[in-house]
Design a protein around this ligand. Structure first.
Ligand code: F6P
Length: 755
């Protein structure tokens, strides 16, 4: 062992001891802070909600007092709350209040602790209480109206939260000291070496991890990994709390100060349609992409570049083809790009929806590739890319390119704005490389996408398929460990970012109560009050398995005659891409199938399948979700499918069952749904029966778990993770770029080395 290593070991041992002592001290201090934090929170509740509490308390309005207590207990750290009278009787409590705690017990302990003196009004008292399910912290605050005592307010705090925080703090302290230890060792050794060798040569070798001394390499790698991990962990969980519009905005401002967000998507979030009476109506398109990305732009502001497809779109824009949206909120710009009918035919209907769409979905539709469509697709991609560059105020905007309509745009944008952060998200599946290989312009599509800083997919499988396609059809270096493709020294990361919804969802917060929804939907559909209802919500698209879904309803009614006359399935089907022949065939097939099943089981006033073939605005769609006993998402192949997530979001009553195709990306995230193979009609019909007979507790347990997941993994997190990954790439590129200019001008090193 050489001298350097011996010295390092001694130094590391010393610092490890220091870490141990440091962690203990920090833990004690943080515990003290948390106790103070609890006392402060109790005081804040007692003063902040004091007058509202007292008013409800003294007016004996138990229901609204309970409501207010439940509102107080919404704080992540407050488990339950109760109001106790002056004689220690219970006045009101939240449903979560532990059964083993009573006002009398608390009053006795409070008096004993204070030497039989009751604490002064507003002064909190507290202690850790042992309960069978685990310890909690109980706080009590005496309350009075004027001189008259009304009793005391009890707050029960979740101690597991503190323990979690302590564990996290401990982890950070240990990691922090760890880094310090490694850094100190490193600096010492580097300093020693610098004194012996030329400063420039050594610094360059050190930063690039190219030192000849083997002992440096693991240390440099470890430091880099530790720093990255801590930065990612801090940002992803500990530090920021739940992902919200505010947190997303802060992330954007912190990492990309002053830079503008430009979304490029074919579909516009608001469509202005001229009505037969001459008025203009604003429509929300049936599009998962819009559902997800619109809240992101509302949070970040910026501009959305899209095809202006509405009949009154041109009438409402300014001279730059801009309009502020959303109507009434006006938080960002919508920039409309106009297409001629020929352009729309070649680019949208032709290449995108007759070529790429069936290529990427395993749904047995034959892709059609026409060279005229390809030429139009290239030209239209260039036009949209130009529009994006025009909308970007600086030379390094953050551009979010959406979907298969714009596979070439990232490269075109990169050519004009080399410093742009381009995050491209592919909303549909990516096929395996063999299937992708049939696409005549496969290399061009891959080259186009690799103009991005990040190419995102919903699942890891689609990332793998994409990287395999690059491997097979392009000359590029692939770093499978970092999931990056490096071309001409510039990397494009390939990452899975499962898309999600805004949370809370605006259409749920504004929806009528569930019972009211059920009543109005049943009345609209002419159903009896005791009827059972399943719902499906889709664009009329052959990938959605609408025929398979109806066949499953038929099989259920065949096998379970008791449901005839009682069960109906309502399908909200938004007409889509109806210029394309395959979509016209589907439309006809669905109508015929509906008629056949209705003729077989229907009767006067009873339709087993109710097909509503029309565009429905979100308030109606959410009313139907809330009215139904189950929702069936039967995609034959789907990137994610946000209908599944919307149904879960809609059910704030924690009732209803989700039946979900195993071929939709959402099935990986919502395992509490009933997962089915939509091609297996027997299995799907059995799942329908299971949904209709599922106990309320089982429904509630499943819904609760799925809702908790969606609340955490919402669309702000989806966008935030992409931004943070992009920021990391830019930071590294910048650091190495500076070194390049400043120190290593003559060194032949790549401009960027992925980690
Ligand atoms: O990712 C698929 C998608 O682009 C989603 O936006 C949406 O589900 C659907 O296709 C919308 O289709 P279109 O914009 O052609 O109506």
């Amino acid at each position: 062992m050489n001298r350097t290593l011996r010295f390092l070991l001694a130094l590391l041992a010393g610092l490890a001891g220091l870490t141990f002592v440091g962690a203990a001290v920090v833990q004690k201090t943080t515990r003290q802070w948390f106790d103070e934090d609890i006392a402060l929170r109790v005081r804040l509740v007692a003063t902040g909600a004091g007058s509202a509490l007292l008013q409800r308390w003294t007016s004996q309005d138990r229901v609204s007092l309970e409501q207010l207590l439940s509102d107080i207990a919404r704080d992540e750290r407050i488990m339950a709350a109760a109001a106790c009278g002056p004689d220690a009787t219970l006045v009101a409590q939240t449903p979560t209040f532990p059964a083993d705690l009573t006002c009398l017990h608390i009053s006795e302990r409070m008096r004993a602790a204070a030497g039989h003196e009751v604490k002064a009004v507003g002064t909190p008292w507290g202690m850790v209480w042992e309960l069978p399910g685990g310890d909690v912290q109980v706080s009590a605050v005496p309350m009075a109206r004027g001189d008259q005592s009304v009793g005391f307010l009890v707050l029960v705090h979740d101690l597991s939260f503190i323990e979690r925080r302590e564990a996290k703090t401990r982890k950070f302290v240990i990691l922090g000291f760890g880094i310090l230890a490694v850094a100190a060792s490193l600096i010492t050794v580097v300093a020693a070496r610098l004194s012996r060798r030329g400063f420039r040569t050594e610094l360059r070798r050190f930063i690039l991890g190219k030192s000849k001394d083997k002992e440096f390499l693991p240390i440099v790698r470890d430091v880099r990994e530790l720093v990255d991990r801590i930065a990612a962990e801090r940002e992803m969980d500990g530090q920021g709390g739940a992902w919200s519009p505010q947190r997303l905005k802060q992330t954007l401002v912190r990492h990309f100060p002053g830079e503008k967000v430009v979304v490029l998507a074919n579909r516009e979030p608001y469509i202005h349609q001229r009505q037969p009476d001459g008025t203009i109506k604003v429509m929300h398109p049936a599009s998962g992409l819009v559902t997800a990305v619109e809240p992101v732009l509302r949070a970040c502001s910026g501009v959305w570049v899209a095809h202006g497809s509405g009949s009154a779109d041109r009438d409402v824009v300014d001279q730059n083809d801009h309009i502020r949206v959303p109507p009434g909120e006006e938080s960002y710009d919508l920039r409309r790009v106009w297409l001629t009918p020929d352009e729309e035919r070649g680019y949208y209907y032709g290449l995108a929806n007759e070529g790429l769409w069936p290529l990427c979905h395993l749904a047995h539709a034959r892709p059609i590739f026409r060279s005229e469509d390809w030429a139009t697709y290239q030209a239209v991609n260039r036009r949209f890319a130009d529009a994006v560059c025009k909308e970007s105020s600086g030379d390094d905007p953050v551009v979010l390119v959406q979907d298969y309509h714009f596979a070439l745009a990232p490269r075109f944008i990169r050519e004009r704005l080399p410093r742009a952060v381009i995050i491209t998200f592919w909303h549909i599946p990516w096929p395996n490389s063999e299937r992708f290989g049939i696409f005549p312009w496969r290399a061009e599509i891959l080259e186009g996408l690799l103009g991005s800083s990040i190419v995102g997919f919903h699942t890891q499988l689609h990332c793998n398929n994409f990287v395999d396609s690059v491997d097979r059809y392009l000359e590029a270096r692939i770093d499978r460990e970092a999931m990056a493709v490096i071309q001409r020294g510039r990397p494009a990361l390939v990452r899975a970012y499962p898309i999600s919804l805004e949370w809370p969802c605006q259409w749920v917060t504004s929806a009528p109560p569930v019972a009211e929804c059920r009543k109005s939907v049943f009345a609209e559909l002419g159903l009896k009050p005791d009827a059972l209802l399943g719902v499906g919500v889709d664009r009329l698209d052959y990938t959605k398995g609408i025929e398979e879904r109806m066949m499953a309803v038929e099989r259920m009614l065949d096998r379970h005659p008791a449901y005839r006359g009682r069960f109906s399935f309502v399908q909200l089907a938004a007409p889509s891409r109806s210029v394309i022949e395959r979509y016209q065939q589907l439309d006809e097939a669905v109508e015929k199938l509906t008629a056949r099943i209705n003729a077989k089981f229907g009767s006067e006033g009873y339709r087993p399948i109710i097909l509503l073939r029309a565009h429905h605005e979100p308030p109606t769609v959410f009313r139907y979700y809330r009215a139904a006993d189950f929702c069936y998402v039967s995609s034959l192949h789907d990137g994610m499918n946000l209908v599944a997530k919307e149904f879960v979001a809609a059910r704030d009553d924690e009732a209803g069952v989700l039946l979900l195709s195993q071929f939709a990306g959402a099935a990986r995230e919502l395992p509490e749904s009933l997962i089915v193979n939509p091609y297996n009609v027997d299995e799907a019909s059995a799942a329908m029966v299971r949904a209709l007979t599922m106990s309320a507790e089982d429904q509630c347990g499943r819904m609760h778990a799925m809702r908790a997941f969606l609340a955490e993994f919402n669309v702000y997190r989806w966008a935030g993770r992409m931004l943070m990954d992009a920021a990391r790439i830019r930071r590294r590129a910048t650091v190495l770029g500076h070194l390049d200019d400043d120190i290593m001008r003559l060194a032949s090193v790549p401009r960027f080395r992925p980690s």
